[in-house]
Design a protein around this ligand. Structure first.
Ligand SMILES: [Zn+2]
Length: 255
């Protein structure tokens, strides 16, 4: 039975697979030998309690537009509650954060998350620095503020994988300084002042394995060292270090 790679969970460092009977989790640790198909099929969509198969059996895509529209993650990424209206009431009670996340020496992204997920959110993305800028009750205003912050301050909305892999090694001091500057700039302007909070700059570097001159590999043949967001690090038999972009493997089959 071919196993369909549905998604990678960076916090648990495990793969969720569909194996023909149901879902299966595969923890990435120790010595692993995994290769992935070139072809991909739609991963389906995640509902409140379960994962569902693609109704279109779409091929050559990670997630088709039907599944993307139905996926519960839309609630959190774009604030679209149309498929899950009852969840909106639940989220009214939650505290939300507008945060900055720093990548390498130079990239500063502005994003939002529920407060209880703040640190996990930094780790999921493989950020090097993080800081909570604002807090507010409920999701009503947070999406608009995020957009305005990105436009007004030039913060990134998303950081591409190739930007992250180009910054696996960087000058830490420079990165920290640049990130602190960005935080200070927002606080000094007093923008959205009623929501501003005094969150400290969090360093995340120690959470990731240290690698030197790691090269990209599509397959995993060696000892797993850890991960930085969706980048899995591993060491080959010859002692060389590699990284594999696990996001890019979603929708493929494990061979
Ligand atoms: Zn689909």
């Amino acid at each position: 039975m071919r196993r369909h790679f549905i998604c990678f969970h960076p916090l648990e460092r495990e793969i969720l697979l569909r194996n023909g009977i149901g879902m299966e989790r595969l923890k990435l640790e120790g010595n692993m030998r995994l290769s992935f198909s070139g072809e991909r099929e739609c991963i389906g969509y995640r509902g409140e309690e379960a994962h569902f198969e693609c109704p279109n059996r779409a091929i050559n895509t990670k997630q088709c537009s039907t599944c993307s529209f139905r996926d519960i993650s839309r609630i959190y990424t774009v604030g679209d509650f149309s498929n899950y209206p009852h969840i909106e009431d639940e989220l009214e009670k939650e505290t939300y954060c507008v945060y900055l996340a720093g990548f390498g020496e130079d990239i500063v992204k502005c994003g939002i998350t529920r407060k209880e997920r703040l640190k996990e959110r930094f780790l999921e993305q493989g950020a090097d620095f993080g800081c909570c800028l604002m807090e507010m009750k409920g999701p009503a205003e947070v999406y608009g503020i995020e957009k305005r912050m990105q436009l007004n301050f030039g913060f990134a909305n998303a950081v591409f994988m190739k930007q992250k892999t180009a910054r696996l090694e960087f000058e830490h001091g420079k990165g920290r300084e640049n990130f602190e500057k960005a935080v200070k700039k927002v606080r000094e302007t007093g923008v959205f002042g009623e929501f501003l909070c005094e969150g400290e700059v969090i360093e995340l570097e120690e959470k990731y394995p240290k690698v030197r001159r790691a090269e990209e590999s599509d397959n995993i043949f060696g000892e797993v060292l850890g991960n930085k967001g969706a980048l899995l690090f591993w060491k080959g038999e010859e002692g060389k270090e590699y990284f594999t972009n696990m996001k890019n493997k979603e929708g493929r089959f494990i061979e």
